[in-house]
Write a protein that binds this ligand. Structure first.
Ligand SMILES: C[S@@+](CC[C@H](N)C(=O)[O-])C[C@H]1O[C@@H](n2cnc3c(N)ncnc32)[C@H](O)[C@@H]1O
Length: 228
């Protein structure tokens, strides 16, 4: 199935400070956590609640961790990212591939072949998010979902203007707007504070704020152009 892409961003909103090839930025593996323990615990709890054990899961824009609950096994977990060493070290992935999504948006996956796609701290680096959202609709089985999670941090030089110019609420609205423009139904939005792990949390300290945009593919996909 070929996908129809409805543009949402103006060209200048796709500009980023560091315009060099993203593959160079991710050439060296980073075996670090990009989000704190409180955020990760919240994300894993969400996955436990929302992803059925029989699911085919795609962890798009992944690294050496997928944040899936350790006690649940899925039918298959497919990983994607920009660093081979990180993906090879990720214990949850059954297979993976490397692709720069700012260069090529078509995903090498069959129509309706994935139950749940996860994007964690990744959407903020997409310069062609509309084409990715359209591809996600194509590869998602009817009734399947996308779960896009992020906090309030970013590699500023690698994030396009649409992200660097906005606040948390703008980011949520923007992700939802791009999904809806491609035919995804109105997504569910989660915006939560987290409690810092350990003594800091006991004293009321907060962890990374938790944001997620969750959309489910309907049984019949409406033509996005008919919505206008
Ligand atoms: C902050 S890391 C988050 C990694 C992982 N999802 C996690 O939770 O630790 C951002 C990730 O986005 C992905 N990424 C960034 N720019 C990309 C691009 N142009 N094409 C494909 N993936 C990209 C890479 O996989 C990179 O590891």
């Amino acid at each position: 199935m070929s996908v129809m892409v409805v543009q949402v961003l103006a060209d200048q909103q796709r500009f980023k400070l560091d315009r060099s090839d993203d593959a160079l930025f991710y050439a060296e593996p980073r075996f670090v956590h990009h989000l704190d323990g409180a955020f990760r615990a919240r994300l894993t709890a969400l996955y436990r609640q929302r992803i059925p054990p029989c699911a085919v899961v795609l962890d798009l824009m992944s690294s050496w961790v997928s944040h899936l609950p350790e006690t649940v096994s899925y039918e298959r977990v497919i990983g994607h990212g920009l660093n081979e060493q990180e993906l090879a070290a990720n214990p949850r992935l059954d297979q993976h591939w490397i692709q720069n999504l700012n260069e090529e948006q078509q995903l090498p996956l069959a129509d309706a072949s994935v139950d749940v796609t996860l994007i964690v701290a990744g959407w903020q680096y997409l310069q062609q998010p509309e084409a990715i959202a359209a591809e996600l609709l194509r590869i998602t089985r009817p009734g399947g979902q996308v779960i896009i999670a992020f906090s309030n941090r970013m590699f500023v030089q690698k994030a396009p203007q649409i992200w660097t110019d906005g606040g948390d609420r703008d980011h949520l609205d923007y992700v939802a707007r791009v999904l809806e423009a491609q035919g995804w139904p109105r997504p569910e939005i989660l915006a939560e504070t987290t409690k810092a792990e350990g003594p800091l949390g006991w004293l009321g300290g907060q962890g990374d704020p938790f944001f997620a945009v969750i959309a489910s593919r309907p049984l019949k996909v409406p033509d996005p152009l008919q919505k206008r």
